[in-house]
Design a protein around this ligand. Structure first.
Ligand SMILES: NC(=O)c1ccc[n+]([C@@H]2O[C@H](COP(=O)([O-])OP(=O)(O)OC[C@H]3O[C@@H](n4cnc5c(N)ncnc54)[C@H](O)[C@@H]3O)[C@@H](O)[C@H]2O)c1
Ligand SMILES: [Zn+2]
Ligand SMILES: [Zn+2]
Length: 391
């Protein structure tokens, strides 16, 4: 089959690889009908997340049709079913899965010794991601093996196009969880850094969850326009002071809730000297992340507020203002998304027409054009916000 394969830094190719097969009774195989490129894939593209190996198949936003099921799938799935695949591989049985903490499933990371070392404790297996999360082949491919398929799936009905359902795999529940863990109250201002696909979903989620005011921050005009169309007031961090504007828009008090939809690769700008220092340290491997957004959020957040971090960080971040964080009594909530915790509710909202996540798609291309689209998405060329690939 054809698949997008990681060969090294900024080197992803569309290769012919061996078709996946059932390896365990709980496996299923799907024929992929749509998949997408995520901002998290860019961190792998840049080789900022340790534990990638040449030959790894990329992709963790995938849906398709079940073509084969193992004997242990136990009637939960059958040939012909249409499923969206959550990016977190879950067993459905361990203590964390029972609590709904699916992204920290205790069973599915088959390389837990690596993660135990890096993070203190292993987290769930993820598709198409680093070997720290199991090194499972991803779904930017014609076929995907879904391990623990009896639990790791979201069944979706016929009659709704792929484009409206695909993002149940990741960015829709990710934006939703980011907003939900802010415990939004009707008087709250929610400030959202980053208007990429995750930021766009967080903006719509914060509005659906009843925020009084949503403020979105980025520097790309087309992404800021999309944020405005979703109901946000916008700040362009290249031309305006984020801290001043946020204070102006909140009578000097700062936003009660702050969401980081940027993560470890915050924009590097001469006017933001900390970002230059982070970049220099990243180059000599003295720091793994560029946490400018975390610093800005802690500084501007209203005392007693909540900082929600869906943006991915990989390792060590320097110069976090713990004095401000502690003295202001802030709370930080974060995590890879517990996808299946949210999907019944979100699928219902799609079915009832409350939200159509396909608004974020700007490019739909054949899988073979994937390698080129990694660059277009990375460079934000051609007003690119979200790429869907069709195998
Ligand atoms: N927690 C999860 O489960 C989960 C799931 C999906 C994605 N993610 C992470 O979410 C983040 C965003 O993903 P995406 O797909 O939207 O990526 P993206 O790269 O398309 O978007 C990031 C946006 O941040 C903007 N940005 C950069 N520096 C900024 C700054 N200083 N202030 C404000 N905006 C800034 C960029 O211009 C860009 O529009 C990534 O780190 C990704 O890894 C996490
Ligand atoms: Zn993702
Ligand atoms: Zn589990």
């Amino acid at each position: 089959m054809k698949a997008l394969v990681w060969h090294g830094k900024e080197d992803i190719r569309c290769d012919t690889v061996t078709d996946p097969e059932i390896q365990d009774p709980r496996d299923a195989i799907i024929k992929v009908t749509s998949c997408a490129i995520c901002g998290s894939d860019l961190h792998l593209f840049h080789n900022f997340i340790p534990g990638m190996l040449p030959g790894d198949i990329m992709g963790h936003e995938t849906m398709g049709e079940v073509v084969e099921v193992g004997s242990g799938v136990d009637g939960k799935l059958k040939k012909g079913d249409r499923i969206v695949v959550p990016f977190t591989i879950i067993c459905g049985e361990c203590d964390q899965c029972k609590r709904g903490n699916f992204s920290v499933c205790e069973t599915t990371n088959r390389k837990r010794h690596l993660a135990d070392k890096a993070f203190g404790h292993a987290t769930a297996g993820l598709f198409g991601y680093t070997h720290l999360t199991g090194g499972y082949p991803g779904g930017q491919a014609e076929y995907l093996r879904v391990p623990y398929a009896d639990a790791t799936h979201i069944k979706v009905p016929a009659g709704i196009p792929d484009e409206q359902l695909l993002f149940l795999s990741d960015i829709f529940p990710t934006g939703w969880q980011a907003a939900a863990q802010c415990d939004i109250e009707p008087t709250d201002t929610v400030a959202i850094w980053g208007c990429g696909p995750v930021g766009q979903m967080a903006i719509r989620s914060a509005i659906l969850l009843g925020a009084n005011q949503v403020i979105a921050i980025d520097c790309l005009p087309e992404r800021l326009s999309m944020a405005e169309a979703g109901g946000a007031t916008t700040i362009n961090f290249e031309t305006e002071s984020v801290v001043e504007r946020l204070n102006d828009l909140t009578d000097g008090r700062g936003p009660e809730k702050c969401i980081d939809c940027v993560g470890m690769e915050s924009h590097v700008m001469a006017s933001l000297p900390d970002t230059l220092l982070d970049r220099a340290k990243q180059m000599v491997m003295a720091e793994s992340d560029r946490p400018h957004v975390l610093r800005e959020m802690i500084y501007v957040c209203r005392p007693g507020g909540i900082i929600s971090v869906p943006g991915v960080y990989s390792g060590l971040s320097d110069m976090l203002p713990m004095g401000a964080f502690m003295n202001k009594g802030l709370t930080m909530r974060t995590g890879q998304t517990h996808v299946n915790r949210w999907t019944d509710d979100l699928l219902r909202r799609i079915e009832e027409g409350e939200i159509d996540p396909s608004f974020v798609i700007t490019h739909t291309v054949p899988l073979e054009q994937g390698p080129e689209m990694y660059q277009v998405f990375r460079d934000k060329r051609d007003s690119c916000v979200k790429v869907v690939l069709k195998p």
